[in-house]
Design a protein around this ligand. Structure first.
Ligand code: AMP
Length: 434
């Protein structure tokens, strides 16, 4: 056992694993930009109250999973690591007066989130999310646009067949009566409820509907459905979201048990699932409308909608289909050229020439060990470099040897032309670094 290990529920992403992450992050960035979302970065920690209000005190995320930072001094504020991005982004929207910008303000972010959850497959204490938020648009068209964006992200990432689950959770006009009805439904069955769920009955009854406790499945199956209790405005909103999704060719399934159980979440709620995994409580991503949140964090009443797509689970799903990255994939980072030399001691010249090549934009490495030329060439071939730049006696005349390690050919090249030659040769060989 090593003395130190990464904290439970966190992982190191090793060099052969990171290319997949980079690819997804780039894809997310490009896609969001094409849809008009601009990048925002908020701190990984906020005042804890931002999450207590912005996520809700009676949620698992705040009640059980918030990573709180111990105050350093008596007067220091109470901070927490962000468990999700929306609350921090809405805090920034209010703080920077974004309500005076042209609306909606469309923002995107990719970064790590932290939840003190019980670690298991697909559930980590530090995980990554791709997030988009459209603040200042009441919908319903933008709701469909955002859902389509999420679906396209999975398809472009190579995960076909992702299912969209859709619901409406009403608004302050219709939800209170539904909540009262739902509360009495559960009260009548209080003996069948696990203790935590019973405890939440009076505080956040909607949360019981999407409880992860298997003991709740039977009780929930026959619970009253919010979609049967929507006011006209909310019912129309849902109908219109559906019509827009149909027009965009996005298929979805209505799921009346899908909730975001807080007062300031309103209307549209949705989740993305890998096909055939809907029952496993492991959504690939989710989002919804939060028309009450800006006001709750101190701004003027402003509607908003967004989603958070988990990248860890997406990568797991992709690996299930296409296989995991192996250490062998490290070869994709091979240098184009390795500078080797007949005089083992002359590391100065080797390093200087490699540095010049790098300055010219070429991925180059110098052999810095003091080994014989043969050994230097062996190591260049082993790491799948395309070319060896060989420094020998001709260096005195400004010439070096350029060996194509893959073709086995070699010719003399003036040092002054080396960078140009390497660029041309590596382009015509379609070296994998492009
Ligand atoms: P949520 O805010 O809980 O709806 O989470 C949004 C998405 O983030 C989920 O659908 C997951 O893909 C991802 N996610 C949430 N919690 C975790 C976790 N503990 N580990 C890995 N991914 C997570």
């Amino acid at each position: 056992m090593p003395t130190f290990r990464a904290p439970r529920g966190t992982r190191d992403l090793l060099p052969h694993e990171t290319p997949r992450w980079t690819r997804l992050a780039r894809l997310a960035d490009e896609l969001a930009a094409r849809y008009g979302y601009r990048r925002i970065e908020t701190p990984m920690l906020e005042q804890a109250a931002v999450f207590e209000r912005g996520v809700g005190e009676a949620t698992d995320i705040v009640e059980k999973e918030l990573f709180r930072i111990a105050p350093r001094t008596e007067e220091s504020e109470s901070w927490a690591l962000r468990p999700e991005p929306t609350a921090g982004i809405v805090r920034a929207y209010v703080q920077h007066g974004m309500q005076t910008w042209p609306q909606p303000v469309k923002l995107t972010m990719i970064g790590p989130m932290f939840r003190y959850d019980r670690p298991q497959a697909g559930r980590y204490r530090q995980f990554w999310q791709f997030d988009v938020e459209a603040i200042g648009d009441p919908g319903p068209a933008v709701d469909a646009e955002i859902i389509e964006l999420g679906s396209r992200f999975y398809a472009d990432a190579g995960l076909g067949g992702v299912e969209v689950l859709l619901n409406s959770i009403g608004d302050p006009a219709c939800r209170p009566a539904y909540v009262t009805g739902l509360t009495s439904y559960y009260r009548d069955r209080a003996d069948d409820l696990p203790p935590l769920e019973r405890d939440r009955l009076g505080r956040n009854v909607l949360r019981l509907l999407d409880s992860k406790d298997p003991a709740m499945a039977a009780v929930n199956a026959t619970a009253p459905k919010i979609t049967d209790h929507l006011c006209d405005a909310c019912a129309e909103h849902l109908e219109s979201v559906r019509a827009h999704l149909d027009a965009l060719g996005v298929s979805y399934r209505l799921e009346p048990g899908l909730v975001r159980g807080l007062d300031y979440y309103t209307r549209t709620a949705f989740e993305f699932y890998a096909h055939g995994r809907e029952g496993q409580q492991q959504a690939l991503g989710g989002g919804g409308r939060y028309d009450g949140l800006v006001e709750l964090l101190g701004g003027r009443p402003t509607p908003g909608i967004g989603f958070g797509i988990g990248l860890d689970r997406l990568i797991l799903a992709l690996e299930e289909r296409h296989g995991a990255a192996s250490v062998a994939e490290l070869s994709s980072a091979a240098p184009v050229a390795v500078v080797v030399g007949a005089n083992p001691d002359d590391t100065v010249t080797r390093l200087r020439i490699a540095t010049e090549l790098r300055g010219a934009g070429i991925a180059a490495r110098a052999e810095l060990g003091q080994r014989r030329l043969g050994k230097q060439l062996d190591s260049a071939a082993r790491e799948h470099a395309h070319f060896a730049v060989i420094l020998g006696d001709e260096l005195a005349n400004g010439q070096v040897g350029l060996r194509d390690l893959q073709a086995g050919t070699q010719r003399a090249v003036p040092l002054a032309d080396l960078a140009r030659e390497l660029k041309r040769a590596s382009e015509s060989h379609h070296h994998g670094l492009a």
